[in-house]
Design a protein around this ligand. Structure first.
Ligand code: HEM
Ligand SMILES: *[C@@H]1O[C@H](CO)[C@@H](O)[C@H](O)[C@H]1NC(C)=O
Ligand SMILES: *[C@@H]1O[C@H](CO)[C@@H](O)[C@H](O)[C@H]1NC(C)=O
Ligand SMILES: *[C@@H]1O[C@H](CO)[C@@H](O)[C@H](O)[C@H]1NC(C)=O
Ligand SMILES: *[C@@H]1O[C@H](CO)[C@@H](O)[C@H](O)[C@H]1NC(C)=O
Ligand SMILES: *[C@@H]1O[C@H](CO)[C@@H](O)[C@H](O)[C@H]1NC(C)=O
Length: 509
């Protein structure tokens, strides 16, 4: 620990000397900074803390500065600011070429994410973005709702919940719902991004991928990772190699399948075949198999953990707010008069299930799966509030803190209250990305937003309608998140479950 501090300190000195002539300012005046900023170390210690403490710190600062831009400094990083006003957020999110992920993110993410959409810029990004849009514009969501989800729900979720439940209350066993959701989204994304029939967490690819993404996350909290990995990085490098190797195999297999199908239809004189997995869209857009493999893996990565986490936090919030659960069940009864066994995409629209969608969004507001963004300026720029940022400056926004602000905007910001998403007529009323950047915004807005919404609502309907769930609190107060790039619940979400009487009779009929 001491050597770590020492080297952080020495790089701090070096950077302080280098940077002090060139820091963010507003009309020539220095920006305010948090009162606990240390000489040389700046706010570094904060960034090394458990992340729920870091998020609480961001929230405290945001209240302190009431939405004003303030300066932060972390040794080994260029000088930075924290922004929160919708005007600044709009500027940053829409100016996709001026404010980018930057080297801080890219160097750490490169090994695993490679040429995929998360790291890519320019034409390579555009090609993947277009392939993704094409994938999501077709029948993908119909197929997910009517085929993929019901199958995996039965095989993965119901199987596990049935094992854990018992007819006699005393025989209940505890099951980690976060783990179950994670297996569900792994299977769904594995099928839809990679075209693997039933990916689960014991598959060698899954294990390598989980290890490598967990490792990548720790790099963001270890300023000396390039050095420490000389000694302990072997397993990581092996996992990355395995992920990449597997990706190439999948691409090769998809190409063979496409070739065979095209040949068959030629011989039989049929129309050219349609291919509709993500791998297919990518192969059609990009020549290089390595890039296709990287890209598919990026989609898997972007869509899997975020969705599982959003489901976990939504269920958690529901379990602690029974009136919301009751109202949700009421809406289910009215929205699906013939039952919830065969849900369709058309029946899962905001107009039919406003309260369910509102519940999902209220949980995203309080527990955003991407809780913190760190970006960098590609050139000098001036934010709408007059903040001047020299090239390479870091721009941070803490989504976790943004919508807990109890300023003029949201008086009851800390409360879980889905009603805030409904207008006077009870219709779902969304927010602009600048007010609510949970899915990012502008040209690099999340491509999977609709998929996440539909999947989230589908799972909520089936879970709440068919199961009674009870949290196993074991003395836990509020649950917090663990170290990650996203927002996993630390220790999972242990629950006891039981099939509801209505569901049981429906199944017997
Ligand atoms: C509740 C669930 C989700 C949340 C909160 C979420 C949030 C986000 C955020 C904040 C970004 C911007 C990340 C950044 O640039 O730093 C993003 C990008 C992205 N998301 Fe999602 N996401 C979710 C689900 C999904 C799903 C299900 C998919 C699809 C399979 C997906 C695919 C993507 C892709 C491809 C990008 C990169 C877009 C680009 O750079 O052009 N996401 N998402
Ligand atoms: C993007 O940045 C440029 C240059 O600073 C600025 O003129 C423009 O208004 C910004 N665009 C948006 C949408 O904020
Ligand atoms: C991804 O990031 C790395 C590291 O900064 C960079 O060398 C590489 O060119 C980037 N790749 C793409 C495709 O943008
Ligand atoms: C995971 O998938 C493999 C086949 O891909 C299967 O043999 C194994 O039983 C599955 N494991 C679990 C826990 O479902
Ligand atoms: C749901 O669909 C299945 C077949 O796809 C059918 O057997 C069943 O009767 C349907 N259930 C309801 C409640 O419509
Ligand atoms: C989130 O906070 C912004 C201000 O930063 C506010 O405009 C917006 O209405 C809030 N959104 C929600 C859902 O409370």
């Amino acid at each position: 620990m001491l050597w770590l501090l020492l080297s952080v300190l020495s790089s701090a000195v070096a950077l302080y000397v280098l940077n002090s002539a060139h820091t963010p300012s507003n009309n020539g005046r220095p920006l305010p900074h948090p009162s606990d900023t240390l000489p040389l170390l700046g706010n570094a210690i904060r960034f090394l803390q458990p992340r729920h403490q870091l998020f609480t710190w961001f929230l405290t600062q945001q209240r302190q500065f009431s939405g004003q831009t303030y300066a932060i400094s972390v040794p080994s990083l260029p000088p930075g600011v924290v922004i929160s006003s919708p005007e600044n957020l709009e500027f940053v999110l829409r100016n996709e070429s001026l404010v980018t992920k930057g080297d801080f993110f890219r160097t750490r993410a490169w090994d695993l994410f490679g040429h995929g959409i998360i790291n890519a810029t320019g034409p390579l990004w555009k090609a993947q973005r277009k392939a993704g849009l094409r994938f999501f514009s077709g029948e993908t969501l119909d197929v997910m709702v009517e085929e993929v989800l019901p199958e995996f729900w039965t095989d993965i979720v119901e199987k596990r919940l049935d094992e854990a439940s018992a007819t006699d209350y005393k025989e209940w066993t505890t099951v980690d719902l976060q783990h179950v959701f994670h297996d569900l989204t792994t299977a769904i994304m594995g099928q839809m991004a990679y075209d693997i029939p039933a990916l689960n967490s014991s598959h060698p690819f899954s294990r390598a991928f989980d290890f490598a993404s967990g490792w990548t996350a720790t790099r963001f909290q270890n300023p000396l990772y390039t050095f420490t990995e000389l000694f302990n990085g072997g397993k990581f490098r092996k996992a990355v190699a395995e992920v990449k190797h597997f990706g190439l195999q999948i691409v090769a297999r998809a190409k063979r399948r496409r070739g065979n199908r095209a040949f068959e239809s030629l011989v039989e004189g049929n129309d050219a075949p349609q291919f509709n997995t993500l791998i297919d869209s990518l192969i059609e857009a990009i020549d290089n198999p390595t890039i296709v493999a990287d890209s598919a893996m990026n989609f898997l990565s972007a869509g899997r953990d975020t969705t599982a986490e959003s489901l976990t936090w939504t269920t958690y919030a529901l379990l602690r707010h029974q009136p919301v659960l009751w109202r949700l069940r009421q809406e289910i009864t009215t929205a699906f008069p013939i039952g919830t066994q065969n849900l369709t995409l058309a029946s899962l629209q905001p107009s039919t299930i406003p309260y369910i969608l509102a519940t999902f969004y209220e949980s995203l507001r309080l527990y955003p799966p991407v809780p913190l963004e760190i970006q960098q300026c590609e050139a000098d720029c001036t934010l709408p509030d007059g903040t001047f940022l020299p090239k390479s400056s870091v721009i941070v926004f803490c989504i976790w803190a943004l919508n807990r602000s109890v300023d003029l905007w949201v008086e009851d910001a800390e409360q879980f209250r889905p009603e805030r998403w409904l207008d006077d007529d009870g219709k779902f009323a969304g927010r602009s990305a600048w007010d609510f950047p949970v899915f990012n915004g502008g040209p690099r807005a999340c491509l999977g937003r609709k998929m996440a919404e539909v999947l989230g609502c589908w799972v909520l309907v089936r879970l709440v309608e068919d199961w009674d769930v009870e949290e196993v609190r074991d003395g836990h107060g509020d649950r917090v998140s663990a170290i990650s790039l996203t927002l996993p619940m630390k220790g999972g979400l242990p629950v006891r479950v039981r099939r509801r009487a209505t569901a049981a009779t429906a199944a017997e009929m």
